[in-house]
Ligand binder design. Structure first.
Ligand code: ZN
Length: 146
């Protein structure tokens, strides 16, 4: 390394140190304030409990939270009858959402033959219903047939 290089380096280092001096002082002051807080309350500042643990980590046998759509079937629980649905069964073999769909389909006379009561888990093929105008039309047609 040349002497010019070294000189340049030391100059830059000195300049940087001078520039960050106020920042370092501020940090030190903050540390001191935190320390005083700790002394006042008799314990170091602790962070909160944070995000709750994932449900999978909870001991088995604990019921899944009601209404939590993100909760997937927990161990030992029967799965929803609809193929591909990972929620636990709530009524007649269906999860809450698919039981509502079952009821609606039954009421409007559009219940497919495989949507039976107390169906075995993962045995019922889900159906996609038409929406909007097409949905209204399908509903009217079903009503006409009934
Ligand atoms: Zn389901």
């Amino acid at each position: 390394m040349s002497t010019v290089d070294q000189l340049l380096r030391s100059m830059v280092q000195a300049e940087v140190e001078r520039a960050i001096a106020p920042l370092a002082a501020a940090l030190e002051a903050q540390q001191e304030v935190l320390g005083r807080f700790a002394a006042a309350f008799g314990a170091p500042l602790k962070r909160g409990p944070g995000r709750p643990k994932k449900l999978a980590l909870l001991p088995a046998g604990k019921p899944a939270r009601v209404g939590a759509t993100k909760v997937r079937a927990t161990d030992g629980q029967r799965l929803c009858a609809v193929i591909g649905c990972k929620r636990p069964a709530r009524a007649k073999g269906y999860c809450a959402a698919h039981y509502q769909k079952y009821r609606m389909l039954k009421e409007t006379g559009r219940l497919p033959s495989d949507w039976v009561e107390d169906a075995e888990p993962q045995t019922v093929k889900n159906i996609v219903l038409p929406r909007g105008r097409a949905g209204a039309k399908a509903l009217a047609e079903a009503k006409k047939k009934a």
